[in-house]
Every structure is written in structure tokens, then in C-alpha cells.
Design a protein around this ligand. Structure first.
Ligand SMILES: [Mn+2]
Length: 342
């Protein structure tokens, strides 16, 4: 009885694709699961092809991602046409070609992903493995390593374990039995101190000044904290603050906003019990920008020109006020006292 699903017939097809004279570049939209998947695929390809590189399309700013790259020695470079020109074949992990405009221009030899397939956009590659039921792509790569008899070393096991941990939110989000199996398997090989160091890398030194500002600027209304941060170096700081303040006992929602690259960004975090953050964000800002999300987390982005001459904090405040007014009006008894025509 095998510990993981058997991939034998697929492995033959995969191995046929690998040629000693070719250089492979693995593309990712870097997050822990993508980084770990790329690292694992590099391990699989190493020695079977001429050279393997990893390239990311996004700016990597989150401290845990940076810690992962540094501590687990993941060699990834920003994707440029010049870099791509040095490679013969391209692979994509934890994404599908239509997920990012920069991916769309490539012809991929291999795609391994766990995101749902979208009807009408088939993935075109020589080798395609999409397992949408899995909570993380690292689970699929762990199965490949296992089937190929490649035992993950300390750094790779730590990366894959962290990939599963973040994508499943430590099994608080939807996951498959095999995510759990992979996690248990990897736990035999990973490094606990390295994992802890990555998990604890939550803030950047230059961000701490924003905490000081946030404590000064926060407004508490009932069980909600709202903060308008003004200009910020990175929208990530808004996410960090929204998550941080939600840890205050008794609060049910945080709304942290700021301006970055001529966009007003509003980050919503909720306890997932009462108000649906995704719907709330849409109701507040859906008519002026992109807005939406899940029950407990949401985000809105509005181009600054949409605000006209209004100050951003005023703009948010009015919309927030309007939405509570609408709610109040709905609750009023329909006895004509409000003056509306019935
Ligand atoms: Mn993933």
C-alpha cells in the first residue's frame, strides 16, 4: 500500500520530456506555496536537464517570503525578457498561464497547479497536472518527490511544509486528506527552528513606524477599528495592520486604508462570524473600483481620480456613514414617518 497516490504512468511521460541539453526556467507568482513548489521541481529536474532556474513575476516584499528565500536558499530572480532568453523550456507551478499577463506570452512545457480549472481556458502545455481538490501545490510536488524516490532534504522539506501550512492556513481552510498526509510525511525531514524563524518574520523594521502612526490614527466605533494611514510604501502594511488590530479582544472588524501608487486601498478583516467582509467591501466601494473578497477578508482598490477633490479619509468616512444610514433606514417601520412615497 502506497503512502501517496501512484504516479507511475505519468512519470514516464514526464521523464520523456526531460533532455540533458536543455535549460529550464520555472516561473512563479511568488508566495510560500509557489516558492516551495519551484524549489521541489528544481530538485526533480536537476541532473536530468542541463540547467534549472527560478523566476518570479511579482515584487516580493512580505517578510516571511523574504525569510524563506534567504534561510532556505531559494535562488529566484525577477523575470525579464533577457533572463527568459537564456532558457529553452518553461515550467509553471502553483499558477495557470491565464493567471498573470506575464505568463500568457510563454509556451509552457509543464504546468503543475492546484487552482480550479476555468471553463473555456484550457491549459496548453506538454505536461499538465492540475489537482484542484488539494489545498496546496506543495502537496502535489511532495507526491512527485515521493514517487520519484527523492527524499526531501531539510531545506526543501521546510519549504514544502510551510507551503502547505500557509495555503491551508494550518488546516483551517479547506484541505484534502493528502495535504495532511504530505504535511505528516514532511514533518520527518523539516527543521523546526528554520520554520519558526520564517513564521516569526512578520514585520519589516521600516514598517514599525506605521504601527506608531496607526495607534495615533485609529478610530474605534463599537466593535470596529478604522484607520486611514495616508501614503504607505507598500499595501502589505495595510494588511499587516488590519490583521494585527483584529487580535484585540472584543473587536469584530478592522478596516485599514492607505494610498499607494495613485490608488486608494482599503483592507477589511472580520471575525467571519457576523458581517461578510466581501459583500461589505462591494457595497461600500463596488461602484467606484474593484472591491470584494471572502467572509473574513476583503479589499477595495479605487483610482485616486475617482475621488475628485475630496480627501481620501473624508471619502471613506462618507461612504461608511452612508452605508450605516441605509441600514438604519431599512430598519425603520414603514409608517410613512420618514416621508417616503409608498
Ligand atoms: Mn498554492
Amino acid at each position: 500500500m502506497a503512502y501517496f497516490r501512484k504516479l507511475d504512468p505519468k512519470l514516464v511521460k514526464l521523464q520523456e520530456l526531460l533532455n540533458k541539453n536543455e535549460r529550464w526556467l520555472i516561473l512563479i507568482n511568488a508566495d510560500p506555496d509557489a516558492l516551495a513548489s519551484a524549489m521541489a521541481l528544481k530538485r526533480i529536474l536537476a541532473g536530468r536537464v542541463d540547467q534549472v532556474g527560478i523566476a518570479h513575476v511579482n515584487e516580493i516584499t512580505r517578510p516571511d517570503n523574504l525569510a524563506m528565500i534567504r534561510l532556505l536558499r531559494i535562488q529566484t530572480k525577477k523575470l525579464t525578457p533577457l533572463l527568459a532568453a537564456q532558457y529553452d523550456r518553461f515550467a509553471l507551478v502553483d499558477s495557470q498561464p491565464h493567471h498573470h499577463p506575464e505568463f500568457a506570452s510563454f509556451r509552457f512545457s509543464l504546468v503543475i497547479d492546484h487552482h480550479p480549472k476555468v471553463a473555456g481556458t484550457p491549459v496548453d502545455a506538454d505536461y499538465v497536472e492540475i489537482v484542484s481538490e488539494y489545498g496546496s501545490n506543495s502537496t502535489i510536488l511532495t507526491e512527485y518527490l515521493y514517487n520519484l524516490g527523492l527524499r526531501p532534504g531539510k531545506l526543501l522539506a521546510t519549504a514544502l511544509l510551510y507551503g502547505i501550512k500557509t495555503d491551508t492556513q494550518t488546516f483551517e481552510r479547506e484541505f484534502h486528506d493528502n495535504d495532511m498526509k504530505a504535511f505528516r510525511y514532511l514533518s520527518k525531514f523539516y527543521s523546526r527552528p528554520l520554520l519558526h524563524k520564517i513564521i516569526r518574520s512578520e514585520f519589516r523594521l521600516e514598517w514599525l513606524k506605521y504601527f506608531t502612526q496607526a495607534f495615533r490614527k485609529m478610530r474605534v466605533m463599537g466593535k470596529t477599528i478604522t484607520i486611514f494611514m495616508g501614503r504607505v510604501d507598500s499595501p502589505d502594511i495595510l494588511v499587516i495592520l488590519a490583521d494585527f488590530f483584529l487580535r484585540v479582544h472584543g473587536l469584530t472588524m478592522t478596516m485599514v486604508s492607505g494610498i499607494h501608487e495613485n490608488k486608494l486601498i482599503v483592507v477589511f478583516r472580520g471575525d467571519g462570524l457576523r458581517r461578510d467582509m466581501g459583500k461589505f467591501a462591494k457595497r461600500l466601494f463596488g461602484d467606484v473600483g474593484s472591491a470584494g473578497g471572502h467572509k473574513s477578508m476583503a479589499r477595495a482598490e479605487i483610482a485616486m481620480e475617482k475621488l475628485g477633490c475630496q480627501h481620501a479619509s473624508q471619502f471613506i468616512w462618507e461612504r461608511l456613514h452612508m452605508s450605516t444610514e441605509v441600514k438604519k433606514k431599512k430598519k425603520e417601520p414603514e409608517n410613512g414617518a420618514c416621508g417616503c412615497k409608498k
